[in-house]
Design a protein around this ligand. Structure first.
Ligand code: SGN
Ligand code: CA
Length: 679
């Protein structure tokens, strides 16, 4: 018996002995408990000074460890942040630039590298990278965004539904895995919550929170976007105008509202409620029915209505946060109950990006403004990381993978962009630490309509460039004087030197990280395009979205268009070129004529979208340039595309009397197009 014990326990004290010195954290091979949530802004964590809520359990991590004061994402969106955490690379280098891309599972990730060096690895909860998780001994993940109530999960053995609330279930699964893991191996456990992502549906036990009080409003709830570029005005993420009464604010539609027709996400209100089991539904209705009745009786309008929507939104968001905080508490309690494991476990809490909590009148994220650029990051490992310290250096999600690898004693691959945080966790103040972080957001022309932009942030300043030709604008903020980023000083001559320095720094960072995306050439309208390069053989176009396009507006000077296209790589959903007619401003008025490389189809999608699709199978070896000829007959209201001996025709709207733009388009692929010949 005694012998058995010895065999079991021996490695642990030995292990502990070699990691007591803080400087010795590198290679100490701790367990890594990575608790990660979705859209949890640092300003909704009390350790970060939240004005709106308390998070006692996340605060426990901070009190027992380190709080990173200036931790940022490199691309404020879910999938991209997750891909960066796995690879230690900015989006352009790991290929996952926007949601809807597919993570290339062949590339190295920290999970794979840890697994290869003897770590036991598990991925539980929200994944959102499309391809199946790799590098994990165990995985069970939500499909896509996942559901809050009674969610389905994907596993290597297929799909299954688990009853309960996603946050609680994810925690249960993580605790189960901790119990049944191999205790002789160090572990990486990624416990990743859906909460507090839209649409904010708290667990039954959190519904009663904040019933009797209002949450303070942010000072910029009624921001008018003066002092910034036009781009900030043109988003679709305001509480006032872009929040849905039924779907987002969970007020059931009246008979009259149903009669008038539900629009947008409100159409899924019934499906969303249908997921709830009777007892869950009862708890839900008990909480909301009286509040909804009061809202209907009041019918607030104007600013009062915005204030009401803010309260409904923020309370449900914070209730979801409370569930996440409870999850953190349960995991910490488990460690407290297993002191031998706790002694060797680094606990990390973070979230994929920040979020607007009514700041600037918004919800959602995406922008390089502080609220969504910041990522919370608190880390504890009692006895190894000093307790209650604040780390002021500029850190980023590119640093997570190098940190975990460094701790595990794995050489950090030279092409990772990040740096290990171990020197900072060890209490050091390295003088060669970075003086600026780089940012690049790509998901333009998508939900919430935030343009592509990149930028640099230093300890005091932030320079942002909205490079799509339809915006072509800069913003410069002095964060010391203007922490809410309300007045760009880009045009202010007294900042000329600062501006010049930041522009240089931006160029250097783009070079350092090898980012040549965000160069879009001479086309004046683009969407969903990461890069356009004009070479000897034509335009090399990297479309990082479904239906990305670039257009030259104005009369193209002919009606017969010829180009040859060569597929370079990616998921070749559809490649082709696009004509725009009628209203050049309208995103709906596109005809896409092209080749679906993967499916070997010649396809035209008319301005009416998929309803107006015509296609024909073609023979093609997938390698030789394929010639496409598109002919428009405005008098006959028709467009014909021809390739590889096939032709297809679609009808054009009768009101189209002239062509107003032409260009190239593609879906999640890189393609070379020869310059359009126009007759
Ligand atoms: C969904 C949300 C959006 C959100 C994106 C990205 N709508 O589309 O509001 O911006 O996800 O979020 S929802 O009605 O489906 O919730 S991310 O965190 O996954 O990047
Ligand atoms: Ca997110």
């Amino acid at each position: 018996m005694a012998r058995l014990f010895l065999v079991r326990l021996l490695p642990l004290p030995l292990f502990a002995a070699c990691v007591t010195a803080q400087a010795g954290l590198s290679g100490s091979r701790p367990n890594i408990l990575f608790i990660f949530s979705d859209d949890h802004a640092a300003h909704a964590i009390s350790a970060y000074g939240s004005r709106v809520n308390q998070t006692p359990n996340i605060d426990r991590i901070a009190a027992n460890g380190a709080l990173f004061r200036n931790n940022f994402c490199g691309n404020s969106l879910c999938g991209p942040s997750r891909a960066t955490i796995l690879t230690g690379k900015h989006s352009h280098a790991n290929g996952f630039m926007r949601n809807g891309n597919t993570f290339d599972p062949a590339q190295p990730t920290m999970a794979k590298l840890l697994q290869a060096t003897g770590y036991q690895t598990a991925m539980i909860g929200k994944w959102h990278l499309t391809s199946d998780p790799q590098g994990f001994d165990h995985w069970i993940v939500l499909p896509g965004q996942g559901q809050y109530y009674n969610p389905d999960f994907l596993t290597p053995d297929g799909r299954k539904r688990i009853e309960g609330h996603a946050t609680n279930i994810t925690t249960d699964l993580a605790l189960d895995w901790l119990e049944q893991r191999d205790p002789d191996k160090p572990f990486l456990l990624m416990c990743q919550h859906k909460a507090p992502h839209r649409n904010w549906m708290p667990a039954p036990e959190d519904l009663a929170l904040y019933a009797d009080r209002d949450i303070p409003e942010p000072p910029t709830l009624f921001d008018d976007y003066a002092g910034r570029t036009e781009a900030a005005k043109h988003q679709e993420m305001t509480i006032a105008r872009h929040m849905y009464l039924h779907y987002d604010l969970v007020v059931p539609p009246t008979a009259a509202e149903r009669e008038a027709g539900l629009v947008g996400p409100d159409r899924s209100y019934d499906d969303m409620m249908a997921r709830l089991l009777p007892a869950q539904r009862e708890a839900w209705d008990a909480a909301f029915a009286p509040r909804n009745a009061a809202f209907r009786a009041d019918e607030p309008t104007g600013r009062e209505r915005v204030r009401w929507a803010y309260q409904r939104y923020i309370k449900n968001y914070l209730r979801c946060v409370n569930g996440v905080d409870r999850s953190v508490g349960r995991l910490l309690d488990w460690l407290d109950a297993h002191p031998d494991v706790k002694a060797n476990t680094l606990v990390v809490y973070s979230s994929d990006q920040g979020f607007y909590l009514g700041d600037h009148g918004w919800y959602d994220k995406r922008w390089m403004y502080e609220e969504s650029l910041k990522m919370p990051l608190v880390v504890s490992w009692p006895g190894h990381v000093a307790a209650g310290v604040e780390i002021p250096q500029l850190t980023q999600n590119i640093d997570f993978a190098p940190t975990f690898l460094d701790l595990a004693g794995v050489d950090v691959p030279a092409d990772m962009h990040g740096a290990s945080l171990v020197p900072l966790l060890s209490g050091g103040e390295p003088d060669d630490w970075r003086d600026a972080i780089y940012y690049h957001y790509y998901e333009s022309n998508a939900v919430h309509m935030v343009p592509e932009h990149y930028g640099v942030r230093t300890a005091r300043y932030k320079l942002v460039r909205y490079y799509e030709p339809q915006w072509d604008a800069w913003e410069l903020f002095d964060l010391a004087r203007d922490p809410d980023e309300l007045h760009s000083v880009h045009g202010d001559p007294s900042y000329a030197d600062i501006l010049a320095g930041l522009k240089r720094r931006l160029v250097e960072l783009r070079r350092q990280y090898g980012d040549d995306t965000g160069t879009l050439g001479e086309f004046d309208v683009t969407a969903g395009i990461a890069r356009v390069q004009l070479g000897a053989d034509g335009y090399r176009v990297w479309a990082n979205a479904t239906g990305g396009y670039l257009l030259r507006s104005g009369d193209p000077g002919g009606t017969k268009f010829t180009t040859a296209m060569t597929s370079v790589g990616g998921r070749q959903l559809r490649n082709g070129f696009v004509l725009l007619s009628g209203d050049a401003e309208s995103r709906g008025q596109l005809v896409r004529a092209g080749i679906e490389f993967g499916a070997r189809q010649l396809t035209v999608i008319g301005p009416g979208g998929m309803r107006q699709r015509a296609s024909a199978a073609i023979e093609w070896d997938g390698r030789a340039p394929l010639e496409l000829v598109v002919t428009v007959d405005l008098a006959a209201h028709s467009l014909t595309a021809a390739a590889a001996g096939q032709r297809v025709t679609v009808e054009l709207p009768a009101e189209w009397t002239e062509l107003t733009a032409c260009g190239y388009g593609a879906s999640n692929a890189e393609t070379v197009f020869t310059p359009l010949s126009i007759e």
